[in-house]
Design a protein around this ligand. Structure first.
Ligand code: C2E
Ligand code: CA
Ligand code: CA
Length: 951
């Protein structure tokens, strides 16, 4: 676009002002310069016309004056001659003269006069006959054929003009005549003269004043030049013109005279001015007289109006100039003000005030612009508000996005987004924290890598079916961390769908509920445990009892409930305070824990009441042993802050299934039994069933008796021979203890050994047996002459005794017995209790020279691998297999296996409890020739044995 450089950099207002001013001035000057010459010309023309007109008027006036002057001159002559004729007539009348005389006299007088140069007098009759005439030949002729003659005869008096040429003259010349009628002689006295000869008739004084009266402009005047360049009329010049212009050198006057008609400019020195001034003169000839009438004016005077016009024009231009700028300013202001306002509005709008509107509503372009502006602003504001709304929405959505991003980032829940193909496209930090997978290593992979093996395929199928159908799945699931560890999570999977409802993504949100689970467990624990002691409470106890009952039913075992209530606990609380009470309860708990195995349930029901549930009660003895243990644990005083306190307890006992089918009944009955114990004098127990109670009480008696028996060494050792069928000889003995009561009743070990083991009395008893056997063996050898070895049973309890090796060693030393003749029998179940410890102990025993055999083999679960580790010499096949060996194929095969095994291991094998020859034969056929049983000899006292062997 071409840039308009006109007045650039200036405001429109300034430009408009300048433009209007310049245009105005320019057009004014143009007009002025056009108009001026025009006006000048018109004015000049007018003035000249005026001058011409004036001159013409002057000519006319002088003509008229000349005519008047000629007429009155002619009239005067005519009237004078009429008078003369009248006077002559009067003389005729008075008779002094005759008529003819009178007429001749009159004729002489009339013709004797000359009028000017060639004028003359004549008389006509009213019929046109010439009465008197200078030319005598004309006298008496009728000349009425001339027009003017007819006019004369008609008028008789007055003035007429006519054309006439004297005889000999070619052209007709203007003539004038005045007539006066003298009736008595019917004479029309006519005075005629050629007009061009009037000058001789005219007296300039007659019209000089009139001429001088005429003024032209301020100082213009009219002057007349006559024939022979004589100045006839002039304001101040008189006389011959020649002299005048010769003295002053005014050639122009001569020029005027020569030109006769026209216009002339010249310089004139007026008598009242110091310098000659420009003058103009218009002149015209008066042809009849040959005069020249001139009008002269000072040019500056006639052009005065023209100068005025110029001044006016110049002044107008000056004023216009002066007005043009303010006018231009006003006009441009009127034009630009709305524009400026608009511009200001724009500026205001540009500043951000979008509420501005133009009030300008004219129908011009600015109005359109203004409307446009308003519409634009409306649109702009509309768009702004749209934009604001949009921005607001965007900000909100941005805020929401950031919010969600923050939520996504900071959520405690792991979040995992997958596409429809199951590829992971985003995870959050919690995901990494929970699973251990960093985002970069899991992106693009399938969440299946988190799958644990805790759920079946059907589980996952169900899950995905629900997501597909309902778009959502929530549940607990086990997943696997990167470390391989499985953990529970609360998982929620949602399908994100597009507008058509087709899934585009799946969002999994999960919460590691490991802690929650443990919390849950803690809560469960708290709900099920006593706060003070940490023991299970009644609820958990009932639950456990219920479970134990179902187990007991399945395995046909028994379980016992001990309902324990501290004696006089209320007194302790009241007198020593609850804190002390609490500490006693805690110590009680500690003691009970020491007594009972972890698999037993120890519960606190509240206050000083505890319940202990024991599963798998093997026997009444077992039960009693536990009761004794429990009661005796209270024998030791409690020490609370250096004060010792004797606290005892009362026990109520129930047995499932004997004393109740369910937990409630069992507890209730145990409670009742406990009250019974309280009534019986406290610090004791009471069993719910009377007969059992009695039996138990008797057990206690037995134990006491056994204790006494140990102290009194009421034990004797019987020997049972072991026979080798191949050689048909007794090759060894087994020492079997017997309790011989003071009343002589022999009690078999089956009845007291378990009690002795449980009470620990077995250690003392075992020592007695070993000593006895060591003493008896040489006696037997001496008395029978048989080199017999003897087997001595060691119970598990004895092996646990740290003094066992010392005891054996000292016994051997004290008795001088040869370890090579002594074999220790250890039951298979004892062996397997603590393999490592037992192996070490047995090795030491073996190193001392003793042989070792496994007793009751086949009842335990020893494996070949273990057996190899023990330094054993013999396996003793348990009596239960031998018993049915002839009937049971299963038992046969077991025995066969044991025999094969012992052979493989290079061990001796002995079959126990052989009572029948068939059994013995069978065993022999299976490859076991060493037999122990009633068939070959019962356990016998020493003397009887010696007798038996010697027979
Ligand atoms: P055990 O070590 O298995 O001893 C074999 C038991 O079977 C003995 O019973 C014996 O009399 C019995 N017996 C042997 N042959 C036959 C038979 O043909 N038919 C039947 N019905 N029984 C037969 P006893 O003497 O009553 O001993 C029982 C258990 O007491 C022993 O079983 C042993 O485990 C234990 N015992 C015996 N004396 C002692 C000992 O001094 N110390 C230790 N710790 N335990 C001993
Ligand atoms: Ca034995
Ligand atoms: Ca045995």
């Amino acid at each position: 676009m071409k840039k308009n450089i006109f007045l650039t950099g200036l405001s429109i207002r300034a430009r408009l002002t300048a433009s209007i001013s310049i245009l105005t001035v320019f057009s004014l000057i143009l007009c002025g310069s056009c108009i001026y010459p025009l006006v000048h010309r018109i004015v000049q023309d007018n003035i000249e016309k005026e001058l011409h007109n004036t001159t013409r008027a002057m000519v006319n006036m002088v003509q008229a004056a000349v005519n008047v002057s000629v007429r009155s001159h002619l009239r005067a002559i005519a009237e004078k001659n009429l008078e003369i004729v009248s006077l002559i007539y009067e003389e005729y009348q008075s008779g002094k003269i005759s008529e003819d005389e009178a007429k001749q006299r009159a004729e002489r007088i009339l013709l004797g006069q000359t009028i000017g140069k060639t004028g003359y007098l004549y008389c006509l009759n009213s019929n046109g006959n010439v009465a008197i005439h200078p030319r005598s030949q004309v006298k008496g002729t009728n000349i009425s054929d001339h027009e003017f003659i007819r006019e004369q005869t008609a008028l008789k008096n007055g003035y007429i003009n006519y054309e006439w040429n004297n005889p000999g003259e070619k052209e007709k010349k203007a003539k004038a005549l005045f007539m006066s009628y003298f009736a008595p002689w019917d004479w029309i006295i006519s005075v005629s003269a050629y007009k061009n000869e009037f000058s001789y008739l005219i007296n300039a004084d007659d019209f000089r004043e009139k001429v001088m009266e005429i003024s032209l402009g301020k100082s213009g005047y009219v002057f007349i030049i006559g024939k022979d360049e004589e100045i006839i009329v002039h304001p101040w010049v008189k006389g011959s013109m020649k002299e005048f212009y010769d003295t002053l050198g005014y050639q122009f006057l001569h020029d005027i005279y020569k030109q006769k008609n026209g216009k002339i400019a010249y310089r004139w020195q007026s008598p009242d001015s110091s310098e000659p001034r420009k003058k103009i003169a218009v002149f015209e000839e008066l042809p009849q007289l040959g005069w020249i009438v001139a009008s002269s004016v000072y040019t500056d005077e006639i052009y005065g109006p023209l100068n005025k016009i110029i001044t006016f024009i110049c002044l107008s231009i000056a004023i216009a100039l002066l007005l043009a700028i303010p006018l231009g300013a006003v006009v441009s202001d009127s034009i630009t003000t709305p524009v400026r306002r608009l511009a200001e509005l724009f500026a205001e709008a540009a500043k951000g005030n979008w509420g501005v509107r133009s009030a300008h509503d004219s129908r011009d372009e600015i109005g359109t612009l203004s409307q446009g502006f308003n519409r634009f602003m409306d649109d702009l504001q509309g768009m702004k508000s749209d934009l604001n709304t949009e921005v607001e929405i965007r900000q909100k959505s941005e805020y929401r996005r950031r919010l969600f991003e923050e939520v996504f980032k900071n959520a405690m829940e792991g979040i995992c987004i997958t596409d429809t193909e199951g590829k992971i496209i985003a995870t959050n930090p919690a995901f990494t924290a929970i699973t251990g997978y960093r985002q970069e290593e899991i992106l693009g992979r399938n969440p299946k890598i988190l799958k644990s093996d805790k759920h079946s395929n059907e589980f996952y199928e169900r899950m995905w079916t629900q997501i597909r159908e309902k778009g959502h799945w929530t549940g607990e699931i086990w997943n696997r961390r990167k470390t391989g560890e499985s953990y529970p999570e609360l998982l929620s999977i949602s399908a994100i769908r597009d507008a058509d409802g087709a899934p585009t993504h799946y969002v999994s949100v999960f919460h590691d509920i490991t802690e929650m689970k443990s919390k849950e467990e803690q809560l469960k624990y708290q709900a099920h445990h006593d706060a003070l002691t940490g023991l299970p409470n009644r609820i958990l106890l009932i639950d456990r009892i219920a479970m134990a009952i179902s187990r007991a039913k399945r395995h046909e075992t028994r379980l016992a409930l001990f309902y324990l209530d501290l004696d006089n606990f209320k007194n302790v609380n009241d007198s020593l305070g609850h804190e002390t009470g609490d500490r006693i309860l805690i110590q009680t708990t500690e003691r009970l824990k020491q007594i009972f195995k972890p698999q037993d349930t120890l519960a606190r029901l509240g206050g000083d009441e505890f319940v202990i549930m024991i599963e798998g009660i093997a026997s009444e003895l077992d039960l009693i042993t536990r009761i004794e243990k429990l009661l005796s644990s209270f024998a030791r005083p409690f020490s609370i802050d250096e004060t010792t306190l004797h606290v005892t307890t009362s026990l109520g006992i129930t047995i499932f299934p004997d004393d109740g089918e369910d937990a409630g009944t069992l507890i209730k009955n145990a409670d009742m039994a406990m009250y019974q114990a309280k009534e019986e004098g406290r610090n004791g127990y009471h069993m719910f069933r009377q007969e059992m109670n009695e039996r138990a009480k008797r057990r206690l008696t037995v134990e006491n008796a056994l204790r006494r028996a140990v102290a009194d060494r009421e034990f004797s050792v019987y020997y049972q021979p072991k026979t080798d069928l191949e050689t048909a000889t007794v090759y060894g003995l087994e020492a079997l203890v017997r309790w011989i009561r003071p009343d002589g009743i022999v009690i078999s070990p089956g009845e007291f050994i378990p009690l002795a083991e449980e009470t620990g009395l077995i250690i003392d008893i075992g020592r007695i047996v070993l000593e006895t056997a060591c003493k008896d063996l040489p006696v037997i050898s001496n008395k029978t002459g048989l080199p017999l070895s003897v087997s001595i049973n060691l119970s598990g309890r004895q092996l646990d005794d740290p003094e066992i090796l010392n005891d054996i060693r000292s016994t051997v030393q004290n008795t001088g017995c040869n370890p090579g003749n002594i074999e220790f029998e250890i039951t298979e179940s004892t062996l397997m209790d603590d393999v490592k410890g037992t192996v070490e102990l047995l090795e030491q025993i073996s190193e001392m020279g003793f042989s070792l055999s496994i007793d009751d083999f086949g009842t335990g679960y020893s494996s070949l691998a273990y057996l190899k580790r023990f330094p054993i010499n013999t396996l003793k096949i348990d009596r239960s297999f031998v018993m049915d060996i002839t009937e049971s194929e299963e038992d046969t095969s077991i025995v066969q296996t044991i025999i094969d095994m012992s052979r493989n291991l290079g061990l001796d094998v002995v079959a126990e409890g052989v009572e029948k020859p068939e059994q013995s034969a069978k065993l022999l056929s299976l490859g076991c020739s060493r037999i122990q049983g009633f068939l070959y000899g019962k356990p016998m006292p020493l003397q009887e044995l010696i007798e038996h062997l010697n027979n």
